[in-house]
Design a protein around this ligand. Structure first.
Ligand code: RIB
Length: 296
């Protein structure tokens, strides 16, 4: 089983700030760091580090070589990445003194997918393969429809949530990985248990992973339920915590592990990721996660 991840690749410009800048305010910072990121890239790297055969798809600009180099370094297959004339996507990320972030996203090349490109890439995958998607590329409805026609398993991280997602036929998704904000936007509810119940009612055959930040994660599939608390750590940067969780969760599923163990590994991997700065470089290797679990 292979995982195809058609997703974003962003150069993250990360600024340490005292507090997230308010409307009309100017705040100075002397701290800028550049990291490779993007939800697509982060999740592919997490899958690869967890030991999965993963193919990253999507678009880079002429300035995108560092992402191809990183794919080689981390064992992500980059043969389906294409280069277009638009610049590579980038973000402006503020991290406050509590390690909370806010992100301004410029899509750039990530928004240049074409139907011809999608058809070509999907033609290399089979019904037993997984298509992983997030909401930082264009053509999500087309991607979901075509992958469903092929019989592929579709895993969707509907992040960041926006109105474009309303055009996606979510009933074709087999695995949702979302946080409570996104769950709230899909269901119109606020309480995690209510969000989960509403998701299960609407998508009875779908696996649902609802991450709740410091309150852990909930899993539901039909009548099956699991809860995974966090592993408490001193966080320095929460960017890519959710992406690490997603990559490790799918990796555990492809390994056929029991769900409680899949959740435990995912929570430990993201706990390690938040203790390090940046997105891609913060994601731990499988061995490190397993060792840390033994010691936990
Ligand atoms: O999920 C974290 C990612 O979101 C960052 O790497 C940033 O690029 C944004 O896409």
């Amino acid at each position: 089983m292979k995982v195809l991840n058609i997703g974003s690749m962003n150069l993250d410009h990360v600024y340490q700030v005292d507090h997230i800048v308010q409307p009309g305010e100017t705040e100075s910072t002397g701290s800028l760091a550049l990291f490779l990121g993007g939800k697509g890239m982060n999740q592919s790297v997490a899958l690869a580090k967890a030991g999965v055969e993963v193919y990253q798809g999507g678009m880079l600009g002429p300035d995108g070589q560092p992402f191809l180099d990183a794919c080689r370094e981390y064992g992500v297959d980059s043969r389906y990445i294409r280069t277009v004339s638009e610049p590579t996507g980038h973000t402006i990320i503020q991290i406050d003194r509590h390690a909370q972030n806010c992100i301004l996203l410029y899509g750039g090349a990530n928004q240049c997918l074409t139907e011809e490109y999608v058809d070509e890439v999907l033609s290399h995958f089979a019904p037993e393969d997984i298509l992983l998607l997030q909401n930082e590329v264009n053509l999500l409805p087309y991607l979901v429809d075509r992958a469903c026609e092929k019989g592929m398993t579709i895993a969707l991280n509907p992040s960041p949530f926006d109105e474009k997602l309303r055009a996606v036929d979510l009933s074709k998704v087999s695995i949702f990985l979302l946080n409570e904000v996104e769950g709230g936007q899909i269901t119109g509810l606020t309480q995690p248990e209510e969000i989960l119940a509403a998701m299960v009612e609407r998508f009875p055959d779908t696996q649902i992973v609802l991450t709740l930040g410091k309150d852990g994660a909930l899993y539901a599939h039909g009548a099956e339920r699991h809860f995974q608390p966090i592993f408490p750590v001193q966080a320095v940067d929460t960017t890519a915590a959710g992406d690490t969780f997603t990559g490790y969760f799918l990796a555990g599923l492809t390994e056929g592990l029991p769900i409680p163990e899949v959740l435990r590994r995912s929570a430990k991997a993201s706990a390690i990721a938040v203790t390090r700065p940046g997105a891609v470089p913060s994601i731990p290797q499988r061995d490190e996660v397993l060792r840390a679990l033994e010691q936990a």
